[in-house]
Design a protein. Structure first.
Length: 346
């Protein structure tokens, strides 16, 4: 191995998915796939999730959603929630994607494209519950619902869902968001058929706040074994990926390993614990293409060092590394460069 490897466990992924589904039941899992499945590889993630029984996917944007559709075929439901261009809307309609809609302008463009193409768009209308990350404002919600219902009568649209993001800053804030969300659902139901799909929560709130879950829960990071920054460990969940590199030479009692900042490893992670054949050792320095690891008895070129993973060799998780530099675990994974070979290990 002359390049670092991100070793990805399909068994761990399937186990995590099962643990998440058991935890959130009867809410259905929508597996989130943003940033190339959090750096694990979208194709692998979708194929493995389908084998595990997942039928809802959150792709973030239309381009990703189309890729998912080409992998899964026609059975799965796929939500793309980023505001899209008209061409992207056309692609979404052609590939039977659900569209997350958070502004009146975007709603009107979706309706217009559906009318031109003679298709019926499936829309999840987003209510702004206080996070202000896109979403129809509460005082504009009734008017937006009226436009939706008119478009439904004309055969251009189906209100498939109501959804939102919440801040997860405090229980009180999230409780207030829930009330706004439920009122939006009530208004939608009073104006016509109530949507089947309701989703308010992402990973952390879905896990710890069952009263906030809707019929669907959007979960990405936890399925990949990435816990919340500064959050507790998760029962039944373990990291899916481990970053490994080999010792290229021994210098002054320390090991030179073939991974560095050009591979996406932040140089600010020096002094972190990594795994070696002798257990945890300190990452002394991070260069451009190599790093220096505190040595151990009997070390030699070809020995393997695990930069992050599930702790079997003394290393810490990607999230624990991320906490050292005040970020989140997914950033450690998603910033890894293409030079890091992705290897499916089981």
């Amino acid at each position: 191995m002359n390049r670092p490897e991100l070793r990805i466990s399909s068994n761990a992924f399937r186990t995590n998915i099962a643990a998440v589904r058991a935890r959130i039941a009867p809410s259905a899992l929508m597996l989130v796939l943003k940033d190339d499945a959090y750096g694990h590889g979208l194709g692998w993630a979708v194929e493995t999730a389908v084998e595990a029984g997942v039928s809802w996917f959150g792709s973030y944007d239309v381009r990703g959603g189309v890729r998912v559709r080409r992998i899964v075929g026609g059975d799965a439901r796929i939500l793309a929630w980023a505001t899209s261009t008209d061409d992207e809307i056309d692609e979404a309609l052609a590939h039977d994607l659900d569209l997350g809609v958070g502004t009146a302008d975007y709603l009107r463009r979706v309706i217009a494209r559906a009318e031109i193409l003679g298709r019926r768009a499936r829309v999840h209308l987003k209510i702004d519950t206080g996070l202000h990350r896109n979403g129809i404002l509460p005082d504009e919600w009734a008017a937006a619902i009226a436009e939706v219902r008119e478009a439904e009568v004309r055969g251009h649209l189906t209100l498939a869902g109501v959804w939102s993001h919440i801040a997860e800053a405090s229980d009180a804030d999230d409780d207030a968001s829930r009330l706004v969300f439920l009122d939006a659902v009530r208004v939608a139901g009073e104006a016509g058929v109530s949507p089947d799909v309701l989703h308010l929560t992402a990973s952390a709130a879905s896990w710890w706040r069952p009263e906030l879950r809707g019929s669907v829960s959007r979960i990405g990071a936890f399925c990949y074994g990435i816990r919340s920054a500064d959050g507790p460990e998760l029962d039944g969940i373990r990291p899916v990926a481990s970053l490994c590199a080999v010792v290229s030479e021994v210098v002054g009692g320390d090991a030179v390993v073939g991974v560095g900042s050009f591979d996406g490893l932040p140089s600010t992670l020096r002094d972190a614990s990594v795994g070696t054949p002798a257990g945890a050792r300190r990452l002394r320095a991070i260069g451009e293409t190599t790093s220096i690891v505190e040595g151990w008895s009997g070390m030699r070129p070809g020995d393997e060092v695990t930069i992050f993973g599930d702790g079997r060799s003394g290393e810490v998780s990607a999230t624990t590394l991320a906490e050292r530099i005040d970020t989140v675990g997914e950033e450690i994974l998603t910033r890894l460069s293409p030079r890091v070979r992705r290897v499916i290990v089981d």
